[in-house]
Design a protein around this ligand. Structure first.
Ligand code: GDP
Ligand code: MN
Length: 383
């Protein structure tokens, strides 16, 4: 999960890394008011989850209220690589003489975190990494010991950072590593780390990606995810709440299965029989009645869905258990909103098929016939 620039800057600033004064704005008026308060020149910066905003026209430097208004009008609502900009960060412009790069990430090849420093920061660091990898100094860290002060100094020295600012840059790198470690970072990056003519060092951009699997123990960052995500759909929200792996697709045949491979196979078969999958939904192992009910709730609340196919393979999850779940879930409806086809195989499949209430669902013996039936139902609805 990726924080927005304004959120990452908050985290960095709280940890003691210098950042420019800034304010978030959601409207042109708010942006101008923020600019007036901060004082010109200011940078107006699109807050979307993409890199390279500068080159794509998502960042503008302005010198007065009129320009601030123009910039905010141009950037708010613009499409930046597929994301609509709904907020800008208005930020004190930094008068810089140099742009550095500092970053921390996991080096999977080495199996260790790596801290990086370069004097060639700015918008082209990816090119630098490719064309001239030696221009980025790297120091691997033993996570059991953390970053030793000499390692930060060595990375800064190896990168050729000016002596006047070396101590500050090393200190920022140390803090960045500490944050990466404490806050379960995947990547942490400051690019550019700007250097001013009077040797101040200040983070003009901030990237912090959090390891999703550790989010549960980072409540503060989890909250930021919620406030930062405006575009998440109702269905995605439900999937998160229920703990399903769910991807919405463009078709009309709803698909529920247990196990990613089984669900993928079902998608392929729906396509093979001339239908179009509406979603990928993996209810996972141990699919008890309430999980089945939640899964049905999800596909039923997708208005594109015209029919539903269940593809369940009983392993640890027994077929009779799933059948009970499907019955219970469907009995709650006065009228079943969309036809449901079920295919059960594996442990207790025969018992399961026996239990299934055929007033509520269509039971099919094979996967092929189940998918074909669901595709037919969907076609009937469309016809
Ligand atoms: P990115 O393109 O999404 O990585 O956004 P950045 O925040 O890194 O900004 C890209 C570039 O815009 C920087 O490398 C700077 O050259 C320029 N820029 C951003 N903020 C400022 C600022 O406050 N002052 C000045 N002069 N330039 C800035
Ligand atoms: Mn940047």
């Amino acid at each position: 999960m990726r924080l927005h620039e304004y959120q990452a800057k908050q985290v960095f600033s709280d940890a003691g890394i210098p950042t420019p004064a800034s304010e978030l704005a959601g409207t042109v008026d708010e942006a101008v008011a923020a600019a007036e308060e901060i004082g010109y020149p200011v940078a107006v910066k699109a807050q979307v989850h993409v890199g390279g905003r500068g080159k794509a026209g998502g960042i503008k430097l302005v010198d007065d209220a009129e320009e601030a208004e123009e910039a905010a009008e141009a950037i708010l609502g613009m499409d930046l690589k597929g994301y609509t900009v709904d907020r800008v960060l208005v930020e004190e412009a930094v008068d810089f003489v140099n742009e550095l790069y500092v970053g921390v990430t996991m080096d999977r090849g080495e199996g260790k975190p790596v801290a990086m420093v370069s004097t060639r920061g700015g918008v082209n660091i990816e090119e630098v990494a490719e064309e001239d990898p030696d221009a980025i100094a790297r120091e691997h860290i033993d996570p059991a010991f953390g970053m030793h002060p000499y390692q930060a100094r060595k990375a800064v020295y190896d990168a050729g950072v000016d002596r006047e600012i070396a101590r500050d840059v090393a200190s920022i790198l140390t803090t960045l590593y500490q944050l990466w470690d404490d806050r379960d970072g995947a990547d942490a990056e400051i690019n550019p780390l700007m250097v001013t003519s009077d040797d101040e060092v200040i983070a003009a951009d901030a990237v912090f990606n959090v390891d999703e699997d550790a989010l549960f123990r980072q409540p503060e960052l989890q909250e930021m995810e919620e406030e930062g995500e405006f575009a998440e759909s109702e269905l995605d929200r439900k999937a998160d709440e229920y703990g399903f792996d769910y991807v919405r697709l463009s078709g009309n045949v709803g698909i529920i299965g247990n196990g990613a491979g089984l669900v993928m196979t079902t998608l392929d078969l729906v396509d093979y029989y001339g239908g179009e999958p509406a979603n990928f939904l993996d209810v996972g192992g141990g699919a008890k009645a309430d999980r089945i009910a939640n899964a049905l709730d999800m596909v039923f609340s997708d208005e594109n869905v015209d029919s539903v196919v269940f593809n369940i393979f009983g392993g640890i999850t027994r077929g009779d258990e799933v059948a009970k779940g499907i019955n219970q879930a469907l009995e709650q409806f006065d009228e079943i909103p969309k036809p449901v086809v079920v295919r059960l195989a594996g442990t207790n499949a025969a018992e399961g098929m026996e239990i299934l209430n055929e007033d509520l669902v269509t039971v099919e013996q094979t996967l092929e016939s189940a998918v074909q039936r669901a595709v037919d139902y969907a076609e009937e609805v469309e016809a």
